[in-house]
Design a protein around this ligand. Structure first.
Ligand code: GN1
Ligand code: MG
Length: 383
């Protein structure tokens, strides 16, 4: 995070001021976190107090209906807050979830003069998230937090949630988008110019047939749609500074109906790569099965009660698939000229794709071991 009050436009301060927070905006800091939205830490002061919250500009290119995201967020946060409250007596910790801060006009967002949507959410204080898993207890907490969140939202009727990002985690659809990008003159040129890009292209071709595995199971009625988080990567898991325990999962933009496998696979692919998504040295990328075991054990504490046999059957595939899918999404964006993910240097999306593809290879190599971890954890936990 760099302190950059002077470089944040005055109009952003004016927008922050439109939310229902006491005092005046003294500082806005661009956090630089997130690949999609623009996120700021806002500090407001009165003569006797200070409030910190998160201010975000929603990426309209990615989320064409920001108002639907905010409606989902209302439904989900109010539901989860109620459930947390109901279970508070028996809970092993104080669970949290950020709250939407309304604008002074009562709406859940502010639209600026350029038609951009802004929202404010409360900051979970005395807790942090990390770009990579720090140690094995941290891995366990990531799984525990995800399972807990999925359980708490499992009784929200999917009909109450908008599909805010059509096609999200539908791997065959990403393949189509990739094919379209490759079919353009510019796209093809971006591949031809780089041996790395050509290797990525071959990697995708070798897995083309297999990538509809979860969608096929959904079509066949084996797997059912439920409310999911959509983006449970390690940097969205908040850890209490004092206890080291998970306190909540943040970034609720993609909570919508989907397969729990999208979440499970995404959590594992994110947490079990000790090198993180942005590493340049590919030699450091591998799938850590010790961390996998800790995450799965943590996850099953809550999830075993709602997972069916068919769900369990596809858990391994989900890990491999979501890592592949993210690599494909990064690569397709590189080929398309970086239109979706924020980038800070040339070739960043290509590098990100290579990291995920390396991870896929590592997952494949360790398939037997991962399957045995999953089998054991599903047996041990109460059904
Ligand atoms: C994006 O913006 P952020 O960092 O929350 C993306 C996720 C990816 C993730 C990879 C809406 O999330 O799907 O897994 O990057 N979100 C969207 O870091 O596409
Ligand atoms: Mg996200």
């Amino acid at each position: 995070m760099k302190s950059a009050r002077e470089s944040i436009p005055v109009k952003t301060h004016h927008i922050a001021q439109k939310f229902d927070v006491a005092g005046r905006a003294v500082t806005l800091v661009h956090t630089g976190e997130g690949n999609v939205n623009d996120t700021y830490l806002a500090i407001f002061r009165t003569v006797f107090s200070e409030e910190r919250f998160i201010l975000q500009k929603i990426n309209k290119w990615v989320f064409p209906h920001p108002e639907q995201i905010m409606e989902n967020m209302r439904v989900v946060t109010e539901h989860v807050h109620k459930r947390i409250e109901e279970e508070s007596e028996t809970a092993d910790r104080i669970w949290q979830l950020p709250r939407v801060i309304p604008a002074k006009d009562g709406k859940d967002y502010v639209i600026d003069e350029d038609g951009e949507y802004w929202r404010a959410i409360t900051l979970i204080a005395s807790a942090h998230s990390y770009g990579c898993v720090q140690h094995i207890e941290h891995a366990h907490e990531a799984g525990y937090v995800l399972g807990h969140f999925q359980r708490l939202i499992s009784d929200i009727d999917c009909a109450r949630l908008h599909d805010t990002l059509v096609g999200f985690h539908i791997t065959p659809d990403y393949l189509k988008k990739y094919d379209e990008a490759v079919a353009t003159k510019e796209g093809l040129a971006r591949i031809q110019v780089s041996a790395e890009a050509q290797r990525c292209m071959r990697f995708v071709e070798e897995r083309r047939e297999w990538c509809s595995i979860l969608e096929d199971a959904k079509e066949a009625g084996e797997l059912k749609i439920r409310p999911v988080h959509g983006d449970p990567k390690i940097s969205n898991i908040m850890i209490d500074d004092a206890t080291g325990k998970g306190t909540c999962i943040i970034d609720l933009d993609t909570v919508k109906p989907g397969l729990i496998h999208y979440d499970f696979g995404d959590c594992l692919r994110s947490c079990c790569n000790p090198a993180g998504e942005e590493v340049q040295d590919l030699g450091k990328v591998f799938f850590d099965t010790d961390w996998c075991e800790a995450i799965v054990k943590g996850y099953m504490v809550n999830a075993r009660s709602f997972l069916t046999d068919a769900d369990i059957h596809y858990l391994y595939d989900s890990i491999r698939l979501i890592a592949f899918e993210l690599g494909l999404r990064f690569f397709a964006d590189h080929v398309a000229g970086n239109v979706y993910f924020n980038t800070r240097y040339d070739g960043q999306n290509l590098n990100r794709a290579r990291v995920q593809f390396k991870l896929v290879e590592s997952i494949q190599t360790r398939e037997k071991q991962i399957r045995s971890i999953l089998d054991k954890a599903s047996e041990l936990s109460p059904g």
